[in-house]
Design a protein around this ligand. Structure first.
Ligand SMILES: [Fe+2]
Length: 435
């Protein structure tokens, strides 16, 4: 039987089958495992509403009362914020024991969030100091202090395990004059987050993090006036900028034990899958996955940051634009990036796990929980009365499994516009009546 219990009640020998909340919030690479002594504290301190354990594969909970205090907390929280999401939530399987939904204590959850914010701020403050020292060394022609940089990557990986959303939000709000230093930290965090989503090993995830942290180190060979110039660059200035991947690569080669993956990303993070990038005009499969992902994370952070010459775009505006730039990014990896972040372009046609098609209307306040207008059933290959749903953070009610091509399903782009969908079924009167 499955039991939903608070993270603080998890003990050694219990078999975890699921973490409540989004996977972004729990500290483990896998969701199904027997709890070992080293896992207990990490689970107890995790920013998650509940843990589901299977008593047939591990130790039972000590007291049934525990379940009554927690229950599917995520359900009650979601219901209060969005009653519609509950309407489409699938019924639990017969083996799932439903407990009375009671919210977490009013003090505990904010205290945990504040604790996470404090930790993330400390990581960011420490990384700012480390990157200032590192980049100063590079400007003076010294090698990278690998021990110090590795410690920083380990700290970021740990924070991403604990609460990536908190870390990424603080990094996104970096000040303009911190950009040079914190852009690399942000790309490191994004790379770690996506690599983890892709199921890479812990060692590989650390290499992705190192690659993100060092990808732009060659910028130290470019004058700051050029890097921060408000207007457009002259051809000569642009050529200086285009040299930074090669310069950074040469610089990293002077430091022993830099991971191969980091060297690769440093040299190729400005390449494009259509071969129009630089410095080598590589395309498609000639580019490693890490280099293709580096390009995505680099541009995403640049666009969502305030710069001296432009204001920050929102995460949704950014992924929407990036998806439209055909030829620049690996679209499969860009989709994986969106899944890892829980952010999808508005107006795009998507295929859902429930075998339905829908259009993304918007993302929620936390830049997650996209709202979808469902209007087409794949199993029956026909239109269905439109319904708006909001995806849960943990995708319990449904999930986006692919970006869909309208033509493949006999639809035109016009037919996938939300107003056209509603008009086909009687316009806004139907929308309002359906709640
Ligand atoms: Fe760069």
């Amino acid at each position: 039987m499955l039991h939903s219990i608070p993270p603080s009640s998890v003990k050694v020998g219990m078999y975890v089958t699921k973490f409540g909340g989004t996977w972004l919030d729990h500290p483990f690479w896998f969701s199904r495992f027997v709890v070992k002594p080293k896992d207990v504290m990490r689970i107890n301190e995790a920013s998650i509403p509940y843990v589901v354990i299977d008593d047939e594969r591990g130790v039972r909970p000590e007291s049934p009362a525990v379940e009554e205090q927690t229950g599917p907390v995520a359900d009650s929280a979601t219901a209060s914020e969005n009653p519609e999401a509950v309407k489409v939530r699938p019924k639990p399987s017969s083996g799932f024991q439903i407990a009375k939904p009671v919210r977490r204590g009013p003090v505990f959850e904010p205290a945990r969030r504040e604790n996470d914010r404090e930790r993330a701020r400390n990581i960011v403050d420490g990384s700012l100091a480390t990157m200032k020292r590192t980049l100063s060394d590079v400007r003076l022609g010294r090698a990278v202090r690998l021990v110090e940089v590795t410690e920083l990557v380990d700290g970021i990986v740990g924070m991403v395990e604990r609460s990536p959303r908190t870390l990424l939000e603080i990094l996104r709000l970096k000040k303009k004059d911190e950009y040079t230093y914190l852009h690399s930290v942000a790309v490191c965090s994004l790379m770690v987050n996506v690599a983890r989503h892709l199921g890479r090993s812990e060692a590989e995830v650390r290499d992705y993090g190192m690659a993100g942290l060092l990808h732009d180190i060659g910028k130290m060979g470019v004058d700051e006036e050029i890097l921060n110039k408000p207007g457009s660059l002259s051809e000569a200035e642009y050529e200086r900028v285009r040299q930074h991947p090669k310069y950074g690569h040469e610089l990293l080669l002077k430091t022993a034990n830099i991971p191969e993956l980091a060297l690769d990303v440093c040299l190729h993070h400005h390449e494009r899958v259509d071969g129009k990038g630089y410095p080598h005009k590589l395309s498609g499969d000639d580019l490693s996955e890490a280099a293709r992902l580096g390009a995505i994370c680099d541009v995403y952070d640049a666009l969502t940051s305030d710069r001296t010459y432009k204001s920050a775009w929102t995460p949704v505006e950014t992924v929407t634009a990036m998806w439209r730039w055909h030829g620049q990014f690996d679209r499969d990896l860009l989709f994986a990036f969106m899944q890892a972040m829980g952010i999808f372009p508005t107006g795009i046609l998507v295929e859902l796990r429930s075998r339905q098609l829908g259009v993304v209307l918007e993302n929620g306040k936390r830049n997650s929980r996209p709202r979808i207008l469902i209007f087409h059933a794949l199993g029956r290959a026909k239109r269905v009365p439109p319904v708006e749903i909001e995806l849960d953070d943990d995708f319990a009610n449904d999930a986006i499994v692919a970006i869909a091509d309208p033509e493949k399903f006999g639809l035109t782009i016009e037919e996938c516009r939300p107003d056209a969908i509603w008009n086909e079924w009687g316009g806004l009167d139907v929308k309002q009546a359906s709640g």
